[in-house]
Structure formats: structure tokens, C-alpha cells
Design a protein around this ligand. Structure first.
Ligand SMILES: Cc1ncc(COP(=O)(O)O)c(C=O)c1O
Length: 379
């Protein structure tokens, strides 16, 4: 079946008891157990809930994994994945990741004795050299946030497995419509479901999808023990949102291509970061592992131009954190999503104070271009 069909028909998509074509919101914290000490399938919602199980089965199917787990946010999903590690373990992580992921590593994991080396994953030799005897995990985002770099998931997975490391890919920016990392070697896929999967800027969610029963058992145990599960209401909303993922992503992909074509000839733009830019290293990898380039673009204006004034003058693009929703958003990572990374490290990794990150929505591409034109005219 094609992806457009699978978003609506794979996993659990209807109610087994009534045949309702939408899985109901099982708004319950607990379940009546018929016998004391029996092995009831449902005991307590932190462990089991049919609304959550349904959306978990859908994301597992879309990512082609063994099992999926739904969390209350992307950060909760990442934190649960890091629960696979112990004090003394080491991570090799891409140096271009969401600021919150960096903060989790620096401020929560480090004090617990779990360390990380942040490297440029574009160079496999650098990645290889960063692997230590204590390394247990290789972790990256592709495309990355906010520089939209694309890393060779297949080659990096092979390297990880040569060293018995878990290969973890945060697939938030691509969504399973554009890329399925497990099919090219990843062991674990993470999502901030808040973004393309939710798609409407109205819910916070996270997912972990794994490629083996062993990892599924471990993540399930961590999910149930730490408790940051997706609520029944939000599970329902997420499942409803995923049904339109294919049509939304097709439009995000198309709008971004059209906007980039405009930005390429806009004289006030200094630099563009986008996986679909022909003749870049990112493009060469993207065309082998992605079906579309996604709706995220980052730019820098020509030097001397006023970034603040530009982003404030836009009317359709709203100045806001987050991404992947139907509405177009714009932000400045240095001040907003990546402010938790110390400036020196940010600059070293290429995230300048002037970098602008654009989440292209599904409005008319012509209106989006006109909005940019009027904002450029005003600086
Ligand atoms: C790539 C990526 N991963 C994870 C997260 C964290 O997700 P959440 O905000 O749902 O906790 C974000 C948030 O922006 C993100 O961009």
C-alpha cells in the first residue's frame, strides 16, 4: 500500500468493540479487573490505554518499526531513549541538534555521568574517531535543526553497528512521509510529534519507534516506569492529525521548493540552507534517502541587513517557536529555539546570531512569496 493509504489504514484505526471508524478517546485512568491477580490486558493507563495503543501502532507502521511508543512531548521521548543508557556511558551526537536536546545532554545527563561528544556527522572519519570504548549510542537529526544538514543514515548506521552502538535518528524534520530511517539501518527513530505529525500547532507529543522486540521491551518498561505518556485525548487528536499527514507533507514539500526558488533570486538573501539545493553535499545524500525535502528552510540575510526588522515585518509568517504546522512560522534560533546553547558553541557550529529558520506552511505559495517580498522591501 502507498503511504497515502497507510496513514489511514495501517495499525489500529477503528474501534474493535463497536466498529466505530475512529478509535474512541478511552478517557480512563484505570480498568475493572475481573479477578484478583489475574493477567488483565488493561490495568492502569500509564501502562495501557487503547487510544494510545492505537496511535502507537500507526506510527510503528509508518516508520516500519517493530513497535512505537507515544510520549507527552518530544523531549519526553528523547529522555526515555536516553534511559537506555547508564552512568559511565558515552554518546556520539551530531553538533547540529535542537537546543533542548543539547540542554538535556549538558544539564541532565552529564551530572548523571552520561557524557557526549558533539561532532560534525558529515565526516564519517570524525565520527569514527569520536567513538570510545564507553560509547553506546550514535545520535543525530536529519535534516538537522536548524541548519538542515542531511547525514548519511545508512553509512552511519553501518559504522554504529560495527561498534555495537545503538543508532538513533530524530526524524522530526523529515516525517515518515519523506524518510524512514529504520528501513536504512537506524535502530531507533524519535519524533517531536508536536511538529509535522500533529501538524496543527495544537498539541505537544513525542514518539519513539524501535526496530526490535528487545528494544521495544526496554522502551515500554521505561515509558511505564517514568510515566510521561501521551494522554488519551491527545492520542486521539494525534491519530486524527496523522490521517492527513500525506496531503500536508506533499504541500509542505512543494511550497518549500517554490519559496526556495524565490529566495535564490532575492538579492537581499545571503545564504540558504535547504536539503533540496542542487550541487550541495546535503542534496547528494538527501536524494538517496529522502522522498521529498521537507518544509524547513534556513537563511541568512546579506550582511548589514536588519534580521529583527525583517522577521517582525512579515504578516503571514508568524514569529514563533515550533515548526511543521499548517501555518507558516519564522524564528531566529540564536534568540529562540537554540538560546540554551552557549553562544561560542553555537557560532562554532554555524548557528549565527542572524540565522533565520522558516517553517513553510500549507498556505498559497504565492501569498507566502508576496509576504516575503513586502518584508524584504521594508529593510
Ligand atoms: C528536532 C526536534 N526534536 C525534538 C524536539 C522536542 O520536541 P517537543 O518540543 O515536542 O518536546 C524539537 C522541538 O523543537 C525538535 O525540533
Amino acid at each position: 500500500m502507498d503511504f497515502e493509504t497507510r496513514v489511514m489504514h495501517s495499525g489500529i484505526q477503528e474501534d474493535a468493540t463497536t466498529g466505530a471508524i475512529n478509535v474512541p478517546i478511552y478517557q480512563t485512568s484505570t480498568y475493572h479487573q475481573q479477578t484478583l491477580g489475574g493477567d488483565a490486558q488493561y490495568e492502569y493507563t500509564r501502562g495501557e490505554n487503547p487510544s494510545r495503543f492505537a496511535v502507537e501502532s500507526v506510527i510503528a507502521a509508518l516508520e516500519q518499526g517493530q513497535a512505537g511508543f507515544a510520549f507527552s512531548s518530544g523531549m519526553a521521548a528523547i529522555h526515555a531513549t536516553m534511559g537506555l543508557l547508564q552512568s559511565g556511558d558515552h554518546i556520539v551526537m551530531a553538533n547540529d541538534v535542537y537546543g533542548g536536546t543539547f540542554r538535556l545532554v549538558e544539564k541532565i545527563l552529564k551530572p548523571l555521568g552520561i557524557t557526549a561528544t558533539m561532532v560534525d556527522m558529515a565526516d564519517i572519519n570524525i565520527v569514527s574517531q569520536a567513538i570510545e570504548p564507553a560509547t553506546k549510542m550514535l545520535y543525530l537529526e536529519s535534516p538537522s535543526n536548524p541548519l538542515l544538514h542531511v547525514f548519511d543514515i545508512k553509512a552511519l548506521s553501518q559504522l554504529a553497528h560495527q561498534h555495537q552502538l545503538m543508532m538513533v535518528v530524530d526524524n522530526t524534520f523529515a516525517s515518515p512521509y519523506n524518510q524512514t530511517p529504520i528501513t536504512i539501518g537506524a535502530d531507533i527513530v524519535i519524533h517531536s510529534g508536536t511538529k509535522y505529525l500533529g501538524g496543527h500547532g495544537d498539541l505537544l507529543a513525542g514518539f519513539v519507534v524501535v526496530n526490535s522486540q528487545k528494544l521495544a521491551d526496554r522502551i515500554k518498561f521505561i515509558q511505564m516506569s517514568t510515566g510521561a505518556v501521551l494522554s488519551p485525548q491527545d492520542s486521539y487528536l494525534m491519530q486524527r492529525s496523522i490521517k492527513t499527514l500525506a496531503v500536508r507533507m506533499a504541500k509542505h514539500n512543494q511550497n518549500a521548493l517554490e519559496l526556495v526558488a524565490y529566495l535564490e533570486q532575492e538579492v537581499k538573501v545571503g545564504r540558504i540552507y535547504f536539503p533540496g539545493l542542487i550541487d550541495t553535499a546535503d542534496y547528494e545524500i538527501a536524494k538517496t534517502q529522502m522522498h521529498g525535502f521537507g518544509g524547513m528552510i534556513s537563511i541568512e540575510l546579506q550582511s548589514g541587513l536588519d534580521t529583527k526588522r525583517f522577521v517582525e515585518q512579515l504578516k503571514i509568517f508568524k514569529l514563533a517557536e515550533s515548526l511543521g504546522g499548517v501555518e507558516s512560522l519564522i524564528e531566529v534560533p540564536a534568540v529562540m529555539t537554540h538560546a540554551s546553547i552557549p553562544r561560542a558553541i553555537r557560532i562554532e557550529n554555524g548557528i549565527t546570531d542572524e540565522l533565520i529558520r522558516i517553517s513553510v506552511g500549507i498556505e498559497s505559495s504565492q501569498d507566502l512569496i508576496r509576504d516575503m517580498q513586502q518584508a524584504f522591501a521594508g529593510i
